[in-house]
Design a protein around this ligand. Structure first.
Ligand code: ZN
Length: 369
């Protein structure tokens, strides 16, 4: 009549069911059942983690006071401590690092610099949780005109994408990722199909191309009648290879060529240059960058002529897909020190530009106007 067992270890209350069956001398049977509930010895606390938000990433100017405003809640208790610490970047001193609102002075920088901070909060049961925030420090606006600005009115990740350059031809972009293709001489800023619009509709609506820096127009080509929605399969003469020999002032197929002038390296001798962008503008600058080039422009959209003075940020044309082009995009090229001496505006560890970014904001140049 008696039996026993050892209760198992359990993490939560568990029900065990047993049945006892008895049989008499006439083989008649009867049964009954019993439930045994096994409880854990140390029930785990039902406390849940506090939630924490260190705030939105920020872009700030060097030397300015940066405010950190976190948010934290605990659904089953209260927050008892806060701690801001720095995880990366130039060393800073945080004021009120033990409060939900803290601050620090942005360090002096020569180009964009990233700081990473972490907020950790602890609740009344000793559980903690953390969140990080990135703060991008940029040079003072007074330095901005010396650098290039983003040459198109679109924001990568929103209404365009970027294919990076490979001006040293090693098959690796400045950030160690793939360039748009090996040996790509500039940056391709591609319109893309968004939620409510296709890239072609976006082009038709008009996406402005802006002078990345003040200067004087070296060359401007605009064939107002040229087909400007070329793709790799378009069977139209101006989207395809030239049928005539290159020469000064000869334009054929997707190729346009300049006049003959003192355009060789160093400005000596007599040279001409040819571009495959059909509708093209090249602007010569004073200062850090020799010239910038803009290709594949919409036919009839070019607003400048050779010899015009243009200002940083001035609209010079609209995005198209003229010339040797697979879709609506701006090919933007930097000539660093001389005629056709290609430069990489982005600084990055895979080079060839290792630290002196030609943008005011190296990582996100489209954020500085
Ligand atoms: Zn390109």
């Amino acid at each position: 009549m008696r039996a026993s067992f050892d209760a198992p270890d359990v993490e939560e209350r568990v029900e065990l069911s047993f049945q006892l069956t008895v049989t008499d001398n006439d083989e008649a049977q009867s049964s009954d059942t019993i439930s045994i509930f096994v409880e854990p010895t140390n029930p785990p606390p039902t406390n849940s983690l506090p939630s924490v938000n260190a705030g939105e990433d920020q872009t700030v100017v060097e030397g300015s006071e940066v405010r950190l405003e976190g948010e934290a809640t605990d659904s089953d208790g209260s927050i008892v401590s806060y701690s801001w610490i720095q995880l990366a970047g130039e060393s800073i001193s945080i004021t009120d690092s033990d409060k939900i609102k803290a601050s620090f002075d942005a360090p002096e920088v020569t180009y964009e610099h990233e700081l990473i901070l972490e907020l950790t909060v602890t609740d009344n049961n000793g559980l903690d949780n953390s969140d990080t925030i990135a703060v991008f420090v940029i040079p003072t606006p007074a330095d901005i005109p010396t650098k290039l600005m983003w040459p198109i009115e679109c924001e990568p990740g929103i209404d365009c994408t970027v294919g990076y350059a490979d001006v040293d031809g090693d098959g690796v972009a400045f950030n160690c990722e793939n360039p748009s293709y090996q040996g790509h001489e500039g940056i391709d800023i591609n319109l893309n199909d968004g939620l409510n619009t296709t890239k072609w509709e976006q082009m038709d609506k008009g996406v402005n191309v802006l002078a990345a820096q003040s200067g004087v127009v070296l060359w401007a080509f605009d064939d107002e009648t040229a087909f400007d929605k070329c793709t790799e399969n378009t069977d139209i003469a101006e989207c395809n290879a030239p049928t005539e020999q290159n020469g000064p002032n000869v334009s054929s197929g997707y190729r346009v060529c300049t006049d003959l002038g003192s355009y060789c390296a160093g400005g000596a001798g007599l040279c001409y240059w040819c571009f495959d962008g059909k509708n093209v503008v090249v602007i010569k600058h004073e200062g850090e960058v020799f010239a910038t080039r803009y290709d594949h422009l919409k036919s009839g959209s070019v607003l400048v002529e050779k010899g015009d003075t243009v200002f940083r940020g001035q609209k010079i044309a609209e995005v198209g897909s003229a010339g040797r082009s697979t879709g609506p995009h701006l090919h933007f090229e930097v000539w660093k020190t001389d005629y056709y001496s290609l430069g990489e505006p982005f600084a990055g560890k895979c080079g060839p530009n290792f630290e002196n970014s030609l943008w005011n904001l190296n990582k996100f140049p489209w954020f500085v106007k």
